[in-house]
Design a protein around this ligand. Structure first.
Ligand code: NI
Length: 171
């Protein structure tokens, strides 16, 4: 396994729309394993392939307290969404150290393939529902800061560019 480089906002590649996975083969399993290592290594609860510059519909997540319940979603779809909405604070490995409140469906029903290409379907609420919606947004090129006001987004963009420049200078 290998840790992958995570694209940082406002990298334009984060706005790429991912294509469906045709077949869950060894290549996809290697990608999934590398994404899990990358997510756990960065202390994240979710990671979409888009964030590691692979534009295929693959997500990994682990919203458990114990950090030992990986969830792999290939070609995820939301088959139902609650009318009820909920607001939660979100962060993103592509927008480090930025947290803000986003409104999403409180409950969703998800259909996907797992790491072995088998179908799975489940209902999610709480953090898992937030995380599924957040990661699925990445697959269509959307970063959570796009839900914030233009003013906040611009401030985040400036902060991220400045931080990246500083890191490049000290590297
Ligand atoms: Ni994210």
């Amino acid at each position: 396994m290998a840790r992958l480089n995570i694209l940082r906002y406002p990298d334009p590649r984060l706005h790429t729309v991912a294509r469906p996975v045709a077949v869950v083969d060894e290549r996809i399993r290697r990608l999934v394993d590398d994404m899990l290592e990358t997510m756990y290594g960065a202390d994240g609860v979710g990671l979409a392939a888009t964030q590691v510059d692979v534009h295929e519909r693959v997500i990994v997540m682990d919203t458990s307290e114990s950090r030992d319940r990986p969830l792999v979603l290939v070609n995820p779809e939301l088959v139902a969404r609650s009318d009820e909405m909920a607001v939660a604070e979100e962060g993103c490995l592509s927008v480090p150290q930025i947290y803000d409140r986003v409104e999403r469906h409180a409950r969703v029903s998800v259909r996907a393939l797992d790491r072995d290409g088998r179908g799975l379907e489940f209902d999610a609420d709480g953090l898992t529902a937030v995380c599924v919606q957040h990661e699925m947004d990445h697959l269509v090129g959307k970063v959570f800061v796009e839900y914030l006001s233009a003013f906040k987004r611009e401030r985040i963009r400036t902060k991220m560019l400045k931080r990246t420049r500083e890191e490049q200078r000290s590297a």
